[in-house]
Design a protein around this ligand. Structure first.
Ligand code: FAD
Ligand code: NAG
Ligand code: NAG
Length: 429
């Protein structure tokens, strides 16, 4: 049976196995975690991985290269090409710099920092325009609004309107993305920022997702108890104002440092929330859309971000079922993060290839069925680039997440081991 892992180069499999072994030891991963946390905010050269060559020699090949795309254009191009060669439809490239609120309510920024708001926004804009220079037609970029600096982060926290220089920066980014035939999404962050991030993002969807075009996606975190209300509200706006609602659906990554009571009580509730939102968007039902004043259901686009195999396979089956009945409301895209869940991603790519192949052979056999279009989704990989220090927060979240998926990791490691066996000894085990 073809697992899809045939596509992955051997060195990548070996690193996955080595990292997997390290991370499955709670003691080792605790030490690693403490160290990375220090490195994210350290002003001392000794603990700054960009400045300390010894630290860099360890962190770069083992952690950074597994989860991040590169520190400069050359490295990013290399990573992007590798991903495309695996069969992914394209990449989503994100600039790693961001700001987080620590438990002591202090703003913490990764990488260098200054206090001049206009300058911060300018740097953020330049970072994202440079990101756009590194992607091609059909690719995406991902934006983190807090990356625009403490001034913007404060505006987000206090539910203010976006500063004028921020709107101008966003417009420049959107227009460049549109001219390159790229899409972009706005990441969801901690709840302290998120209400305002939603509001500002809606403004950009309203502006750029018109005439059936889709440029800007907002992110819905299914772990929030309010996720359904958010979708309902955004649907009603899109219908009333005649633009396309584009949603990236995730579970949510900030459970460790966010207001816990606003997040579903258990993992099972979050899973149920995610899966039921997928089902309802694919069918266009139960979303609370009333269609008053004769409004019709708005145009909608969906990106399913996640590493959960049950969610992916449920979504996949429902897509096929609905598409056979011609009742599929929207064909979603799928995406995983670089360095995570390659086993899942490759399996998905393989299923897409199989589906395409079988539909081609069936149309050749039987002309009458030519009408029947199979729904083949596209699969993307999401990459983060930036200096090592800028990417540290991102790396830390990946480590936390990796810990929570211990069972899945064991499955993944088995799959990698079997693939190595097949390569070296030419047979399956
Ligand atoms: C392409 C891509 C883009 C992403 N963009 C964002 C983004 O913009 N913003 C963002 O916040 N995250 C983002 N994420 C991360 C995402 O939110 C998840 O953290 C990550 O994908 C792991 O969840 P999962 O769906 O893969 O499934 P799983 O690994 O099965 O689920 C883990 C998730 O379940 C939830 N969970 C775990 N324990 C509990 C509990 N006790 N109670 C309630 N819920 C629990 C948490 O959300 C946790 O992250 C992105 C992920 C991907 C793949
Ligand atoms: C909505 O926008 C579409 C273009 O995407 C246009 O054809 C249509 O007439 C608009 N509908 C209304 C009610 O304005
Ligand atoms: C954790 O990291 C390993 C090694 O990089 C990777 O193979 C695995 O997919 C990750 N775990 C999860 C849950 O994604």
């Amino acid at each position: 049976m073809i697992s899809g892992l045939e596509r992955v180069p051997t060195p990548a499999i070996l690193r996955n196995l080595l990292l997997g072994l390290l991370l499955s030891s709670p003691r080792l991963s605790h030490v690693g975690f403490k160290l990375l946390d220090k490195m994210a905010y350290s002003k001392s050269t000794l603990l700054n991985p960009d400045a300390n060559p010894v630290l860099r020699a360890v962190v770069k090949p083992l952690f950074y290269d597994q989860f991040c795309a590169g520190t400069n254009q050359k490295e990013v191009f290399r990573t992007r090409d590798t991903i495309r060669r695996l069969g992914y439809a394209g990449v989503i490239l994100c600039y790693g710099k961001e700001i987080q609120i620590s438990r002591s309510k202090k703003l913490q920024s990764t990488g260098s920092e200054c206090t001049d708001q206009a300058l911060e926004v300018e740097q953020w804009k330049e970072g994202n325009l440079r990101t756009l220079d590194m992607v091609g037609e059909g690719d995406w970029i991902g934006l983190k609004l807090t990356g625009a600096g403490p001034g913007v982060a404060n505006a987000l926290m206090n539910n203010q309107d976006p500063p004028a220089e921020f709107v101008a920066a966003m417009d420049a980014i959107c227009q460049k993305a549109r001219s390159q035939k790229c899409r972009l999404w706005v990441d969801a962050e901690q709840q302290m920022f998120q209400t305002t991030i939603d509001r500002w993002t809606i403004d950009f969807m309203r502006k750029y997702n018109t005439n059936g075009k889709i440029l800007v996606y907002s992110t819905i975190q299914a772990y929030l108890k309010s996720s359904r209300d958010k979708i309902k509200y955004q649907l009603s706006l899109a219908a009333a104002e005649n633009w396309t609602l584009a949603i990236k659906l995730v579970r949510g990554a900030y459970i460790a440092n966010d207001q816990r009571e606003k997040i579903h009580d258990t993992k099972a509730h979050t899973d149920e929330s995610y899966n039921s939102i997928v089902a309802d968007v694919l069918t266009g039902r139960n979303l609370g859309f009333l269609g008053s004043n004769g409004q019709s259901f708005p145009k909608i686009a969906l990106f399913l971000a996640g590493h959960n195999p049950e969610s992916v396979s449920k979504a996949w089956d429902l897509i096929q079922e609905l598409s056979a009945k011609k009742e599929l409301k929207v064909l979603p895209d799928f995406g995983q993060l670089q360095g995570m869940a390659d086993v899942l991603g490759c399996r998905l790519l393989q299923k897409c290839d199989d589906l395409k192949a079988s539909s081609e052979s069936s149309t050749r056999l039987d002309d009458a069925s030519k009408e029947e279009v199979v729904a083949v989704p596209e699969v993307f990989k999401c990459l983060t680039w930036g200096s090592m220090q800028e990417c540290m927060q991102y790396l830390l979240r990946r480590l936390i997440e990796n810990q929570s998926g211990a069972d899945r990791m064991r499955d993944g490691l088995t799959a990698y081991r079997q693939e190595l066996w097949r390569r070296w000894f030419g047979k399956s085990v």
